[in-house]
Write a protein that binds this ligand. Structure first.
Ligand code: M6R
Length: 609
């Protein structure tokens, strides 16, 4: 996720910007840059890679000046490179812009701006902002920024400077965080609190569709229509630096669980056209080509493999294409039946998992088209695949995958709907209904995250467990598997997942009063069967924790604990059902004193076979 820092005040801006960006390093980035208003003009310095590269360039050729903007870039549009690093400038070189977020309509804007003579130099969505401000500028920078951002679809936090206004920084936001640290005779704009703590603990929180005009001794906030915001939200920050990096949450994992509504929203953004077409140009296939796909192979490891299993249910159910899901380390040595009518989908949040990369090469050698689903722009899988669908979850720092999993499922929903639409296997009306349900997903997740009391109580009861069982049916099977993986990897409690109907073929022998059984019992066509399976384990003394749908009061008769999730279509229930399982694992692991962000023996990306 990109980091923004802007400074106006008496100090040398370059030092404040580099210091602030260093405090935002935890967010992850691939390149960095600053723009300073110096006495010679607008100086822009950008470097690929770590901040140390930028700092040493500035060390060799200092950039004096007391107002500037800085940025660490986590690539979303355009590969990680110096050319794509921010700040971006307009044609005149007098306006500089840093941006965090995604501008959905940037292609249309690029075309429009190019047609009117603007020279765009990067592959980014951000650069259009500099040129739009240039085209609207008539002496009033704040007004030009307001007009420009009215043209943007998508999300943004922006910091903008113009040489004509050597004492002004303009900041604006929509759906991406931006705050302003209010100092004594100086102000610091930033995408997150750690960047301002060295200077102040008084913070102005900019809201969506607000534009701030920042000077050393004043901040003036306006709405987009130019009216004053007389009482902007202020907060006094009590957190220390460590807590601030985690946004006040105790751990990165917990923070990332709470970032899921945003991750899902960003991943779905721009995927539905006005005419009802699912937008997935990354597939780069005409409907006639899609019609020829007779098989889908999904390869992935760990949590990504579970996302693949969810996708199997969706693609088979909606697009009626047979899907095989294979663990990458098995696929690569299995002599797979893959040919040029096979679509291979490689799911890997890091884009660097060695086994998945080997699987991608194997599949392409056999003639298959490979589409990667990843969270990291420029990662190896993006260079080795025929097409890439990005999840927009932002960097995930906790080793246990949480927000990248639900973002992967969101991307896979889009892929499955696209395949169904291209094949004509689902009526347009139903596609639009599914899409509107899918669009509610971020809000549904938010409602789950708002009420955690029952979860904590439930977790407290099972802190001492040594072994556990997770059961589900249909789309609930991969969710049970993911729940079990989360619990075992962060709490070190043994956890096994089974299709609920398989239980009596062996695992039921494990049931005792000491083995909690977590059951995915959300509404669906096998609900009654799941309830029967619950009765079977309870008859053998098991304590049952059921994940069920709001309104299902009856389930309380069958379970010691019920973790409710909002109702949705059965095929879309994977995301809501996942959230309480992540939280249950989290609370149990915390109560056991485990390091949830860095569980023992695990690495965030597994780059060896
Ligand atoms: O980066 P990838 O998605 O390819 O990683 C695959 C697995 O190593 C990963 O999902 C792992 O299982 C999770 N960190 C577990 O939470």
């Amino acid at each position: 996720m990109c980091g923004i820092v802007g400074y106006v005040g008496p100090r040398q801006a370059s030092g404040v910007l580099i210091g602030g960006l260093t405090r935002l390093e935890y967010r992850g980035y691939d390149s960095a840059g600053i723009a300073i208003m110096s006495h010679t003009g607008l100086e822009v310095v950008r470097r690929f890679g770590k901040l140390v590269n930028l700092a040493s360039a500035i060390g060799e050729t200092p950039v004096p000046g007391t107002i500037g903007i800085g940025h660490t870039r986590w690539a979303t549009h355009g590969r990680p490179s110096e050319e794509n690093a921010h700040p971006h400038i307009d044609c005149t070189g007098r306006i500089a812009v840093v941006h965090n977020g995604i501008i959905e309509n940037y292609m249309d804007l690029r075309e429009e701006l190019s047609a009117t003579g603007h020279m765009l130099r990067s592959e980014t969505d951000t650069e259009v902002v500099a040129h739009l401000v240039e085209s609207y500028y008539d002496g009033d920078l704040t007004a030009a920024v307001s007009r420009a951002i009215k043209r943007l679809d998508g999300s943004y936090a922006l910091g903008i400077v113009h040489l004509d206004h050597p004492e002004t920084l303009v900041a604006a936001r929509k759906d991406s965080p931006l705050i302003i640290g209010i100092g004594e005779g100086e102000n610091v704009v930033a995408s997150d609190i750690p960047a301002v703590l060295e200077y102040t603990r008084e913070v102005l929180v900019l809201h969506d569709d607000e534009v701030a005009t920042v000077h050393a001794d004043s901040v003036h906030v306006q709405a987009l229509d130019g009216t004053d915001v007389s009482d902007p939200e202020m907060m006094h920050v009590e957190w220390d630096l460590d807590a601030a990096e985690k946004g006040g949450y105790e751990d990165f994992m917990f923070k990332e669980i709470f970032e899921q509504p945003k991750a899902i929203r960003e991943t779905l953004r721009g995927r539905m056209c006005e005419g009802g077409d699912i937008q997935l140009s990354e597939l780069d296939m005409a409907p006639e080509q899609v019609a020829l796909i007779n098989r889908v192979f999904i390869i992935a490891c760990g949590t990504s493999f579970h996302a693949g299993m969810v996708a199997k249910t969706l693609i088979e159910g909606w697009a009626r294409i047979p899907v095989e899901v294979e663990v990458s380390s098995e696929f690569r040595y299995s002599d797979p039946i893959v040919d040029d009518d096979t679509l291979v989908v490689a799911i890997t949040q890091s884009g660097e998992t060695a086994d998945t990369l080997a699987g991608v090469r194997e599949a392409r050698d056999r003639g298959a088209k490979v589409i990667a689903i990843t969270n990291v722009v420029g990662s190896r899988v993006t260079r080795e695949s025929d097409g890439v669908i990005y999840t927009h979850a932002g960097p995930e720092i906790g080793v246990a995958a949480t927000k990248t999993f639900t973002a992967q499922i969101a991307a896979l929903y889009v892929l499955a709907l696209k395949l169904a639409q291209a094949k004509g296997t689902v009526q347009q009306e139903r596609i639009e209904h599914l899409w509107s349900e899918l669009s509610r997903m971020p809000d549904l997740v938010e409602t789950i995250l708002e009420d955690l009391d029952g979860l904590k109580e439930c977790a407290d009861e099972y802190v001492g467990a040594n072994s556990s069982l997770f059961l589900g049916r249909g789309i609930g099977v991969p969710i049970a598997m993911e729940g079990a993986l989360k619990l075992k990897e962060i709490s070190y409690i043994h956890a096994e997942a089974y299709p609920a109907g398989e239980m009596k073929h062996g695992p039921i022998a494990l049931i005792t009063e000491e083995v909690p059984v977590v059951v995915i019992a959300t509404q669906g066509h096998t609900y009654e069967k799941v309830v029967s399976n619950i009765q079977e384990v309870r008859a053998r003394g098991a304590q049952v924790i059921a994940v069920a749908t709001h309104g299902d009061d009856d389930i309380r008769r069958h379970a010691e604990h019920v973790l409710y999730v909002p109702a949705t279509t059965e095929s879309l229930s994977a995301i809501p059902a996942t959230i309480p399982l992540q939280l249950l694992s989290y609370y149990i692991a915390k109560a056991r004193g485990c390091n949830v962000d860095q569980p023992r023996n695990l690495a965030k990306s597994v780059t060896v076979e």
